[in-house]
Structure formats: structure tokens, C-alpha cells
Design a protein around this ligand. Structure first.
Ligand code: GDP
Length: 599
């Protein structure tokens, strides 16, 4: 117990640990190995299963770590591992504006190095200023690796052949380099003196258990050295926690899985919880923890407890929890004014609130934290959000998306949530696109592809309605009819001549409309348009050959000024190079007279 605290109830709580990393890099395996080692090495029941978390006490850690840990060096009680790995749950696990996890393990596959979700995890760790170490996993896959089960990594590293060691070094330095590219000074953990300014890289194998002792030792040392102060809590004080999950539980109705990071929660407490529509004030009906496996028969998977101290994972049964949100704060009222506690919860919620605007896409996510992570990522991608909510995609979300003014906003990004059947039908009927994934970057990528496709389609429809630029010349000796309409043979010099467009020529600086195109014939067949290089006969309503137009004249399709402007400013990439040239020449001619024409 620390001398600096005077309260008799002051105690050091267990640091909360989260595991993050790219899919398949071994998050679950690392966690399982830690828990598995703890079960094997420790006394039976020495590790305790919490709701959503596993507590590994100091004596078990010291047993696993062997000579690496001297338990008398520590007074923190152990480590509490959050059971759901991944940065989604990490993002969810917030406390008072920061991360709920005090410390994190970033798992990186030595063969794969940094991958998109590694980047995402790093971003979240950086933003939340959470200290972390890197578990460089799967060292056993280095060809020729000679494993020593559950051994500390330095010993097993020394016992490899030079070639194997060299191969591993190469992979490890790759990871160290990637960390440093992202602004983290990093090194193999045994070379790190100051873990506050440097990221320690621990080579491990979740398969053979090599390096797991080191991983636990480093976590413990890091917590003890840099987090002790933060771990000092008034353990008898009113409990404070974060809702991990809102779950229907047989016999209990809607329950909350909560990670308690401060104080105590008791069976007779009144609690305040963040809800989707309003803040919930309710009385605890039961506090539940998992029943040890050996005791589970036909009765409930849970057993009741009277009270629980931080840090711990607990299931809370209480009335009126339907509206509670994953990721929301939970606070025990105890001897305080209810309004004050409501104020605290609401302030925390406001802190997480996502900025929405009048026009944008709809975002649904499983938790407040993931909603926040989504909104950060979308802000970076410059995608506006009209509505951001925790929960499954429901018909009212489709209504919102379908009324978007911009077709690019007729989309819903659904992160780790279900789409209700009637919502899916409504989306199909109303042409609202729903993107579903449990990977943020994938959702955003898919949405960006959709925007690109829609933009393309939009350009194409605009292009259909717009007059295309063209320059063509009346061929000598090709007057088939003098007037009413004049019919002449022409060669298209550039662009696309379309039927029913106006025809102009430039007389000095002045553009002059000579008539309207009333028919195009290619080798005797009627056609709608003619392209560069084509020789066709055209009927022009208006002029008389010899008066108004002459053989040899260069004619232009007259572009309405607005069309010229759209072509130049928006569609330049979408038209053919010769059309672009014709447009440029046409604009130049107009601008000789009026420099701002078409601008
Ligand atoms: P997660 O998606 O990050 O939770 O990854 P998993 O823990 O599910 O592991 C993904 C795959 O990698 C599984 O097939 C594991 O068996 C395998 N794996 C995980 N850790 C190791 C390791 O240290 N060595 C080897 N050889 N395979 C591993």
C-alpha cells in the first residue's frame, strides 16, 4: 500500500490489459496461452474468470515467469486481461475520456509485419495515449526453429542456430523499423531501459509458449513502474465502470456486462448508466459472476455476489436496462446526489458524442467506442455523417439514408451490427446501400469504391445530356442540296457531331449560328452521330450554300455556354482526347472575344 494515500480504504487495483492486432496474427492464441499457462502453473483456481475478463494474480505470474520475476518487487495485485481481443473492443473500453485498458499488447505476426489493422490499432493506441508492448508472435515458424516449450525467450533465442537467429533478427528489426516509422522508438525489450519512452518488442510464440513468461514480466514491470499511482483507488468508494455488453440473460432479463475500474459495486446500489435515448437510473437487482466450470450443472452459469471491487468484470442485473449502450459509462450513486452522478455520466457521454451534419451518411456501430473510432476514421476520409448511433440497422435508418440529397449519401456503414430483415428489404426498395463489416478500414474502402462508381455513373448520365464539342468541314464539290435544308458532305475534324444540335461558324471574332443539324447520313444510312475522321452527309436547316455557308467552311457544333463550362470543369477526364482538343479550340475562340466565356 502506498504511503501517499491517507484514506484507510486506499488500495492498488489490478491494471487492465487489452490485446490488439491484425486478424490472424494471434491475439486469441496469445490470450489463451496466458490463461492456459496460468491454469497449469498456478494453483487450481488461482486465476479467476470474470465476466469478460481474466484475472492473473501476481503469484501466478511470478510462477510462470520463473527467475524473471521476483514477486517481492511488486505490490500491484496482478493483471486483468480483457477477454475480447481486437481494437474494436479496445475502442469500446473507455473510461473518463481515455482508454479503459491501462496497458495493451499489440500482437504482430513476425512473418506479416504491420498490416492494416495493426495500423488502425496503433492509431487508436496513440490517440488514447495507452502504453503498449509489442508481442512479435509466431517465432516458432522461423524455418529450423528449435522450440523449448514455455521458455523465457532470451534463453530459447540463444539456443537457436546462427542462421535461425539471423532470420528472426531480420523479421524483428523489420517490425522495430515499422514502429519507428510511426514515431515510436522501439527495441527488443531486454535492451529497453525506459519503457515510458520506448516500446519493448517481445518475441513470442503463442504456440510453444516461448516468450510468454517475458510478456507477463514486462507487462507487470511496466505497470508497477509507471502506473502505480494511477492504480491507487478508493476501493470502498462508489463503483465506476464501462459497459462492455448489453445482454439478454435467461431469468434475469436485460443485463449489463461491466468492467469496473474504480471503487465497489454492491447488491443494494443505485446505478446510473448511459442509454441510447436518455440516461438510465436503476437499482441493482443482482451482481453475477461466472460460476467455476467445475460447479456448472444444470443451474445458472452465474453465481451471485454481494459486492465486487475494481478492477473486475461483472454482470449486473437490473430493471430498465434495455436502452443501455455498450461502451457507455456506469456509475454507482451510493451516498451522493443522484443529479450529480447523472451529470457525470452525461458529461462522459457528451465527450464521446459524434459530430453530425445536415447532409451525410448513416453510421451504425455495436458500441459507443467503435462509433467514435468510425467517426474519427470517416473524418479523416472526409466523409460527413448525418446520423451516428449504437445499434442494429433498422428501417428508420433506411428512411434517413433514402432522403439524402446527394446520392453518394444514400449509404449506411454498419460496423459489427446486424441488419434487421425489414430494414434490408426497405434498403433494396429504396436503393440505399448498406456496407457491413467488423473492420473499419474495409467499410471505408468499400464506401469509397461505391462513391467512385456512383460518380462515374453520374458523369455518364450528365455526358448523355450534354452537347459534345465538334469541328467539321464542308468538303469541296459535296453540296447535295442548296437549302431547306442544305445538304452537304462533311469531314469530322475533331469531336463528335450529334444530330439536332446547332451549327456555328466563326466570322472573325464573332461566333455565328448558321442553322440546326437535321439529319446525319453515313453511306446512305441515318445515324445519330459521327466521330472524328468520319465523312458523312449532313442536313443543315437554315443556311443556303453560297450564302451563309460555303464549301470548305469550318463549322462547329454550337455549345451552350453552360455545357462548355461543365465539360471544361467536370468532364474533361471523361471525354476523348480529340473532343478535349475541339473543346479547347472552341473555348479559345470564344475567349478571344470574351475572356470569361464559359467560366
Ligand atoms: P487472432 O485472429 O489474432 O485472434 O488470431 P488467432 O489467435 O486466432 O490465430 C490465428 C492463427 O494463427 C491460428 O491458426 C493459430 O493457431 C495460429 N497461431 C497463433 N499464434 C501462433 C504461433 O505463435 N505460432 C504458430 N505457428 N501459429 C500461431
Amino acid at each position: 500500500m502506498s504511503d501517499s494515500t491517507t484514506s484507510t480504504d486506499a488500495a492498488l487495483r489490478t491494471p487492465i490489459v487489452a490485446v490488439l492486432g491484425h486478424v490472424d496474427h494471434g491475439k486469441t492464441s496469445v490470450l489463451d496461452k496466458v490463461r492456459g499457462s496460468a491454469v497449469i502453473e498456478g494453483e487450481a483456481g488461482a486465476i479467476t474468470q470474470h465476466i469478460g475478463a481474466t484475472a492473473v494474480p501476481l503469484d501466478v505470474i511470478s510462477e510462470i515467469a520463473g527467475e524473471l520475476v521476483d514477486p517481492t518487487d511488486f505490490d500491484l495485485p496482478g493483471l486483468l486481461f480483457i477477454d475480447t481481443p481486437g481494437h474494436h473492443s479496445f475502442a469500446t473500453l473507455r473510461s473518463r475520456g481515455g482508454a479503459l485498458a491501462d496497458i495493451a499488447i499489440l500482437v504482430v505476426d513476425v512473418n506479416d509485419g504491420f498490416q492494416p489493422q495493426t495500423e488502425e490499432a496503433i492509431e487508436i493506441l496513440k490517440r488514447s495515449e495507452t502504453p503498449f508492448i509489442v508481442a512479435a508472435n509466431k517465432i516458432d515458424t522461423v524455418p529450423g526453429w528449435n522450440p523449448t516449450e514455455d521458455a523465457p525467450v532470451q534463453a530459447t533465442y540463444e539456443s537457436q542456430s546462427d542462421r535461425v537467429r539471423g532470420d528472426l533478427d531480420e523479421k524483428l528489426y523489420e517490425i522495430i523499423g515499422q514502429l519507428s516509422d510511426r514515431g515510436f522508438s522501439a527495441d527488443l525489450y531486454w535492451r529497453v531501459q525506459n519503457f515510458q519512452n520506448n516500446v519493448g518488442v517481445v518475441p513470442v510464440s503463442a504456440m510453444t509458449g516461448e516468450g510468454i513468461p517475458d510478456l507477463l514480466t514486462v507487462m507487470m514491470g511496466l505497470s508497477q513502474r509507471y502506473m502505480k499511482e494511477a492504480m491507487e483507488i478508493d476501493v470502498a468508494g462508489p463503483g465506476v465502470g464501462t459497459v462492455l455488453e448489453v445482454k439478454e440473460e435467461k431469468g434475469f432479463g436485460t443485463t449489463l456486462d461491466v468492467v469496473l475500474y474504480d471503487g465497489t459495486v454492491r447488491e443494494d446500489d443505485t446505478i446510473v448508466v448511459g442509454g441510447a435515448d436518455s440516461t438510465i437510473v436503476t437499482d441493482v437487482r443482482a451482481l453475477l459472476k461466472p460460476r467455476p466450470l467445475s460447479e456448472i450443472r444444470t443451474e445458472s452459469r452465474f453465481e451471485n455476489v454481494d459486492e465486487l471491487k475494481a478492477a473486475a468484470g461483472i454482470k449486473i442485473a437490473a430493471p430498465e436496462l434495455d436502452d443501455a449502450m455498450s461502451g457507455a459509462p456506469m456509475r454507482v450513486v451510493r451516498d451522493r446526489e443522484i443529479d450529480d452522478v447523472i451529470g457525470e455520466v452525461e458529461a462522459e457521454l457528451a465527450d464521446i458524442a459524434v459530430d453530425t451534419v445536415e447532409q451525410g451518411i448513416v453510421v451504425k456501430a455495436d458500441t459507443l467506442g467503435s462509433l467514435e473510432a468510425m467517426s474519427n476514421a470517416l473524418e479523416e476520409a472526409e466523409v460527413p455523417i448525418v446520423r451516428a448511433e449504437v445499434g442494429d440497422v433498422a428501417p428508420r435508418d433506411i428512411s434517413v439514408a433514402s432522403t439524402a440529397e446527394d446520392p453518394m449519401h444514400e449509404a449506411i456503414l454498419a460496423f459489427n451490427v446486424d441488419v434487421l430483415a425489414d430494414a434490408r428489404t426497405a434498403a433494396e426498395n429504396q436503393d440505399v446501400r448498406i456496407f457491413e463489416s467488423d473492420v473499419i478500414y474495409r467499410l471505408i474502402e468499400e464506401y469509397e469504391e461505391f462513391v467512385e462508381e456512383r460518380e462515374q455513373a453520374q458523369q455518364e448520365t450528365i455526358l448523355d445530356k450534354i452537347t459534345r464539342p465538334a469541328r467539321f468541314q464542308i468538303l469541296p464539290d459535296h453540296t447535295f442540296r442548296q437549302n431547306d435544308p442544305a445538304v452537304v458532305g462533311v469531314e469530322i475534324l475533331a469531336g463528335t457531331v450529334q444530330n439536332n444540335t446547332n451549327v456555328a461558324l466563326f466570322d472573325g471574332k464573332e461566333p455565328k449560328r448558321v442553322g440546326q443539324l437535321k439529319g446525319i447520313q453515313d453511306a446512305g444510312e441515318d445515324v445519330d452521330q459521327a466521330r472524328k475522321g468520319d465523312r458523312v452527309s449532313v442536313a443543315i436547316d437554315g443556311p443556303t450554300v453560297g450564302r451563309g455557308i460555303e464549301e470548305g467552311d469550318e463549322l462547329w457544333t454550337e455549345l451552350p455556354e453552360k455545357h462548355a463550362k461543365i465539360l471544361e470543369q467536370e468532364l474533361l477526364e471523361d471525354i476523348e482526347p480529340d473532343e478535349r482538343d475541339a473543346l479547347q479550340m472552341y473555348l479559345d475562340k470564344h475567349r478571344r472575344r470574351d475572356p470569361f466565356w464559359g467560366k
